[in-house]
Design a protein around this ligand. Structure first.
Ligand code: ATP
Length: 604
C-alpha cells in the first residue's frame, strides 16, 4: 500500500469534513494566514531554543576550545549574550504561540458558529419525510454536541497537531544537518511507531464513531421522554424508559473506556519507543563526542530535539482520539448539511402574487415511500375562492396528508395543485406558505407570553390592539384576560399550562393575525369538551367567512357547515358535494352523520 493510501486511510473522514467546510474558511483567509505565520515563527523559536545552551557548553565552559566569532568574544560576554538570547527566544516563542492560538481559536469559533447557524436553518428546510425518519434528540445532539466537539477540537487538537508536525519536520532537518548518521539512528524507532499509531488510530476512530452515535441515541431517548413525560408518568413507564436509557448509557461508558484504553496504550508505546531512541543517541552520540566528531553542545541539541521529536508523535496519539471523535462528529454534521431538502424552490420559482384563494386539486396522487401503494390517488376537487371545503373520512385515509400537500410540506407523486391557476411548485415556498395559515391539532406553543404566541408568524409588527382583536375573533380574549397576567402571562413549553381548547383558540388568533387568504384547520375540535368545541367552532367559522378554508375533521357537524365536503375512502374521493347533497345521496357521509347523533362521526 502506498504512503498516500495509508495517509488517506488514517483520517479520510476528517478530510471529507474539512473539504466540506472549506467554503466557510474562505472569509477568514487573512486571519488564518497570519496565525499560520505566527505558528511558523513559534516553531522557529522552538528550534532555536537549545542553541544558546550549546554555545555555553561548547564555548564558555572552561577547557573547551572556541572557534569562529565566538572565539573573539570574552567568555563572560558570550555567557551573558547566550542567557539574554535564551530569554528573548522563549519570550518571542510565547508571543507567537499566543498569537497563533488566539488566531486559530477565533477562526475555528467563527467558522463553526456559522456552520451551526446554517445547520439549524438547513434542518428547518428539510422535509417532513426526513424529520419523520430522524429522532429530534439526535438532531439536537448534532447541532449542539457535534458542532461543539468540532469547535473544541479545532483549538485543542488540530492546532497543536499542526504545530507538532512543523516542529517535527524542522527538528529532523536540523538533526540531519548536524550529523545525519546520528539523526538516522535517533529516528530508527519511528517507522515502528508510525505503524503502531496507524493501527490503533483506526480502532480509536471506530470506537469514537460508535460512541458518538450512542450519544445521539441517549439525547433522543431523553428528549422523547421529557416531551412525553405526561404519558410516561400516567402509563407508569418510568422504569421502562430508564431501562432503555441505562442500556445505551452503559454501552456509551464501555465504548468510552475502550477508547481511553486504546489511546493510553498508544501513548505508552510511544514513550517506550522514544526511550529506546534516546538511549541509542546517548550511547552513540557520546562515542561521537569522545571521537571528536561532534561537540558536547551538538549532543545536547540532539538530545533536546529528540525529546521534542518524539513528543509530537506521542501527542499525535493523544490528539488522534480527539480528532477521531471530531471526525465522527464532523461526519454527522456534514451528512445533514449534504441532505438535500425533498421539497425546495424550483430554479425558476417566482414570488406568488397575492392569492384570491381558488384551489384546484387535479388528479392528485401521493405515496409516502415514493414507490409503494399510494395513500390516495385520482383526487380531483376545486375550492372556489372564499369558500370552505371539509375533508373527512375514516382515520388514516390521508386527510391530513392532503392538507399538507397544499402547503407543499410534501410534493405529490402525481397530479398537481393550483392556486389561482398557478401550480404551487412554480412559486417560492416562502411566498406560498406566507399566504396560508395552518391551525393544526397540536398547535406550536413556544415558551413566551400569550401575546408573543399569538404574534408568532405574523410576519409584521403588530399592535396590542390588533392582538386583542385577533383574540376576540378567536373567542380567546376572555379566557386570556382571566389569566394571572392577561396577555403577558407566560405560556409553558408546548403550552402545557393551557387547556387544549385554549391552545386551539390561541392558534386561531394567530391565524387571524396573519390575515392570509387561505386557512387550513387540521382536526381543530378533536379532544375538546362541548363548551370549548362550541367556542372554537364559532371562531373557525367567523375567521373562515371570506377566506378559502380547508377543514380536516372527523366532526361531521363541523363538516356539515362547510360549503362542500369530500369524504376520502378507498384511496380516493368516495363522496363529494355540498353537505345537503351528501345527506340526500344517503351514502357514507349521511350514514355516519346519522350514527353520530349530535353530529360526531363516531365511526370515523
Ligand atoms: N411520515 C409518514 N411516513 C409514512 N407514512 C405516513 C406518514 N405520515 C402518515 N403516514 C401514513 O399515511 C396515511 C395517511 O395519514 P394521514 O395522517 O394523512 O391520515 P388521516 O386521514 O389524516 O388520519 P387521522 O384521521 O387519523 O388523522 C396513514 O396510513 C399513515 O399511517
Amino acid at each position: 500500500m502506498s504512503r498516500k493510501d495509508r495517509l488517506a486511510e488514517t483520517l479520510p473522514s476528517l478530510r471529507r469534513v474539512l473539504a466540506r467546510l472549506r467554503p466557510y474558511l474562505r472569509p477568514h483567509r487573512a486571519m488564518l494566514g497570519g496565525s499560520l505565520l505566527a505558528l511558523l515563527a513559534a516553531t522557529a523559536m522552538k528550534l532555536l531554543e537549545p542553541w544558546p545552551l550549546k554555545f555555553v557548553i561548547d564555548r564558555v565552559v572552561p577547557g573547551v576550545a572556541a572557534d569562529g566569532a565566538a572565539a573573539a568574544m570574552d567568555p563572560m560576554t558570550l555567557l551573558t549574550l547566550c542567557s539574554l538570547s535564551l530569554v528573548a527566544i522563549i519570550g518571542l516563542r510565547a508571543v507567537f504561540e499566543y498569537l497563533s492560538t488566539i488566531g486559530f481559536a477565533l477562526v475555528g469559533n467563527r467558522v463553526l458558529t456559522a456552520v451551526r447557524g446554517d445547520l439549524f436553518r438547513h434542518l428547518q428546510s428539510l422535509s417532513l419525510g426526513f424529520h419523520a425518519r430522524r429522532r429530534a434528540g439526535d438532531l439536537t445532539m448534532r447541532l449542539i454536541g457535534d458542532v461543539g466537539m468540532l469547535k473544541e477540537t479545532a483549538v485543542t487538537a488540530a492546532l497543536p497537531l499542526a504545530a507538532n508536525v512543523l516542529i517535527f519536520v524542522g527538528m529532523i532537518g536540523v538533526m540531519m544537518w548536524l550529523d545525519w548518521r546520528l539523526a538516522l539512528l535517533a529516528l530508527s524507532p519511528l517507522p515502528l511507531l508510525w505503524l503502531l499509531s496507524q493501527r490503533l488510530t483506526r480502532r480509536i476512530r471506530d470506537v469514537s464513531r460508535k460512541q458518538r452515535k450512542r450519544q445521539g441515541e441517549l439525547a433522543a431517548t431523553s428528549a422523547e421522554t421529557m416531551s412525553g413525560i405526561r404519558s410516561i408518568q400516567a402509563l407508569g413507564l418510568e422504569e421502562t424508559t430508564a431501562g432503555a436509557f441505562a442500556g445505551s448509557n452503559a454501552k456509551d461508558m464501555r465504548e468510552g473506556v475502550k477508547g481511553k484504553r486504546l489511546s493510553a496504550g498508544l501513548e505508552r508505546s510511544v514513550d517506550l519507543l522514544a526511550g529506546l531512541g534516546l538511549a541509542l543517541v546517548l550511547w552513540f552520540g557520546a562515542l561521537q563526542v569522545m571521537r571528536g566528531r561532534i561537540t558536547p553542545g551538538d549532543l545536547l541539541v540532539f538530545l533536546t530535539y529528540l525529546k521534542h521529536t518524539f513528543r509530537p508523535v506521542r501527542d499525535y496519539a493523544k490528539f488522534t482520539a480527539r480528532l477521531a471523535k471530531a471526525a465522527a462528529a464532523g461526519e454527522r454534521v456534514v451528512s445533514i448539511l449534504d441532505e438535500a431538502p425533498a421539497v425546495a424552490d424550483a430554479p425558476d420559482a417566482v414570488t406568488a402574487p397575492p392569492f384570491t384563494g381558488r384551489i384546484q386539486i387535479e388528479d392528485l396522487a401521493f405515496s409516502y415511500d415514493g414507490e409503494g401503494a399510494p395513500t390516495f390517488s385520482e383526487v380531483d376537487v376545486t375550492v372556489p375562492a372564499g369558500t370552505s371545503l371539509a375533508i373527512t373520512g375514516p382515520s388514516g385515509v390521508g386527510k391530513s396528508t392532503l392538507a399538507s400537500l397544499v402547503l407543499r410540506l410534501h410534493d405529490p407523486s402525481g397530479g398537481r395543485i393550483l392556486i389561482d391557476g398557478q401550480d404551487i411548485r412554480g412559486v417560492t415556498l416562502r411566498s406560498l406558505r406566507a399566504q396560508i395559515s395552518l391551525v393544526p391539532q397540536e398547535p406550536l406553543m413556544i415558551h413566551g407570553t400569550i401575546a408573543e404566541n399569538i404574534t408568532l408568524g405574523a410576519g409584521r409588527t403588530v399592535t396590542q390592539a390588533q392582538i386583542e382583536d385577533a383574540a376576540r375573533l378567536a373567542n380567546a380574549h376572555d379566557f386570556i384576560l382571566a389569566q394571572p397576567e392577561g396577555y403577558d402571562t407566560t405560556v409553558a413549553e408546548r403550552g402545557a399550562t393551557l387547556s387544549a381548547g385554549q391552545r386551539q383558540r390561541i392558534a386561531i388568533a394567530r391565524a387571524a393575525l396573519r390575515a392570509s387568504p387561505i386557512l387550513i384547520f387540521d382536526e381543530p375540535t378533536v379532544g375538546l369538551d362541548r363548551a370549548s368545541e362550541a367556542a372554537v367552532t364559532e371562531a373557525i367559522w367567523y375567521l373562515a367567512r371570506d377566506r378559502t378554508t380547508l377543514i380536516v375533521t372527523h366532526d361531521l357537524s363541523l363538516a356539515a357547515r362547510a360549503d362542500r365536503v369530500i369524504v376520502l375512502g378507498g384511496g380516493t374521493i368516495a363522496e363529494a358535494g355540498s353537505p345537503d347533497e351528501l345527506m340526500r345521496q344517503g351514502g357514507l357521509f349521511a350514514s355516519l352523520r346519522a350514527q353520530g347523533g349530535a353530529g360526531r362521526a363516531v365511526a370515523c
